[in-house]
Write a protein that binds this ligand. Structure first.
Ligand SMILES: Nc1nc2c(c(=O)[nH]1)N[C@H]1C(S)=C(S)[C@@H](COP(=O)(O)O)O[C@H]1N2
Ligand SMILES: [Mo]
Length: 431
């Protein structure tokens, strides 16, 4: 008997072993007499998302055919230039210079999985349940969402709470993210707020609980990889989407296809992928990764390496003010004059000022800073710098937000390595 393939792990060997079966399971493509594969719409959408664009001649592809673009990387199909930190579960970040676009292309949006993504996903039969303390529980298809609620498109920043963990000393366990567990793609969907309002939020509701269709690494069907939530007041913010499109196409399978939450400004762990259910509760949610020390920080400054008791941890809410230099790349050779540019963001706030230093922080110059294209989007900035002579320089960038909070040069250590918003430094050789 054929063993169950772990598609998330090795797409290519699965196709090599049993191309017809792989084709059927991945894309729902079944052989017909002339051996041309007929792709159903959903399979075609999946394949298009994986290669990053539509496939005009898809009808000519033979059965068991693996698009060459998919062979490049077994687990990061449809992603471009990401650094793989872990392949089970898949975790991959984007080098800062690949985040240069104002809107992050799907191929460059980071991936943070806690478990194994669902297989054989069919957007046509997918449903979202809204239940718990609501007046009328609902079960909605994606077509229902589109028909019953206003469909909106917004640029929204998602950043993993552990972005920057790799710079903590003593090191924190977990994915050693550097800078690139952040992105700002354009998401299309309906407002979470509108859907919850329609269900009727009961007066005792304090928290949401989010559930997805991914499975636990152990294979135990009773266990969930992650189920987080947020205070009901946050859930009612009008920039939180239940999204079915990313950059105008179906969601990428690794980014939650066919349906996910997008919650800008808070740890992206609240943005449940492969979303199947939202439950309203009268107590703080207690799902996996909500309790203990997960996505929590000490309620006070602690010494590096200090042991902190569970009771002294608080749930992370908004993400702190932060910026990235996306051009030039770290290590680049530049001339005596160069443009420097990047993005800046601050959870639930706007960034009001972005400054750049080329002399290790002695002096700072203001960069031109765009307003966000909509609430929840990062802000693009740029400036020209003139280096006085050839040699090694570092470009440092620091953002200051609407509450006057500035990015620090160094931050307090915390046991799980969250919320590292220290300044981004880029080393350059000027000649
Ligand atoms: N169902 C589900 N949703 C999830 C996760 C997950 O593992 N399973 N990971 C969360 C975490 S920790 C982050 S940072 C974001 C990452 O979103 P992305 O992979 O689309 O970049 O998804 C969140 N939603
Ligand atoms: Mo995360």
């Amino acid at each position: 008997m054929a063993k169950t393939p772990d598609k998330s792990r090795d797409v290519h060997s699965f196709f090599a072993e049993d191309p017809e079966r792989a084709d059927k399971e991945f894309f729902g493509r079944v052989a017909n007499p002339d051996r041309r594969g007929f792709l159903k719409n959903t399979g075609l959408a999946t394949m298009a998302a994986m290669v990053g664009t539509s496939i005009p001649f898809s009808g000519n592809m033979p059965i068991g055919f693996v698009p060459a673009a998919m062979a490049q990387d077994n687990v990061l199909v449809g992603k471009d230039g990401l650094t793989l930190l872990n392949d089970r579960p898949v975790n991959a970040e984007t080098p800062p210079e690949l985040l240069d676009d104002a809107i992050t292309p799907t191929s460059r949006h980071f991936v943070r999985n806690n478990g194994i993504p669902p297989e054989d996903v069919d957007p046509a039969t997918w449903t979202l349940t809204i239940d718990g303390l609501v007046d009328s529980p609902m079960e909605l298809s994606i077509a229902d969402l589109k028909a019953q609620f206003e469909v909106v498109t917004m640029a929204l920043t998602l950043e993993c709470g552990g972005n920057g963990r790799g710079f903590f000393n003593p090191p924190a366990k977990g994915n050693q993210w550097t800078y690139g567990a952040v992105g700002c793609s354009e998401w299309t969907g309906v407002r979470l707020k509108d859907v919850l309002e329609q269900a009727g939020i009961q007066s005792n509701v304090v928290y949401t609980a989010h559930y997805g269709a991914d499975t636990h690494l152990s294979g135990d069907p009773e266990k969930l990889p992650i189920s987080r939530g947020m205070p009901i007041a946050k859930a009612m913010t009008d920039n939180i989407l239940i999204a079915f499109e990313m950059n105008g196409e179906a969601l990428h399978p690794l980014n939650g296809a066919p349906l996910r939450l997008v919650v800008p400004g808070w740890p992206a762990s609240t943005a449940q992928k492969w979303l199947t259910r939202i439950q309203l509760r009268d107590v703080v949610h207690d799902g996996p990764k909500m309790t203990g020390k997960a996505y929590r920080v000490p309620n006070r400054a602690v010494e590096p390496g200090e042991k902190v008791e569970k009771k002294d941890f608080v749930i992370i809410e908004r993400m702190p003010v932060k910026s990235l230099v996306t051009f030039p790349a770290n290590g680049a050779d530049v001339g005596l004059e160069s443009e420097v540019r990047g993005h800046a963001w601050s959870g639930d706030r706007t960034v009001e000022k972005l400054e750049v230093s080329i002399d290790f922080g002695a002096t700072w110059q203001d960069a031109a800073l765009d307003v966000p294209v909509n609430s929840g989007a990062w802000q693009n900035w740029r400036t020209n710098v003139a280096f006085p002579q050839a040699g090694y320089y570092e470009v440092w960038a620091r953002a200051t937000d609407s509450e006057g909070t500035m990015q620090p040069f160094a931050i307090d250590w915390n046991p799980k390595g969250y919320l590292n918003n220290t300044m981004h430094r880029v080393g350059l050789r000027v000649s």
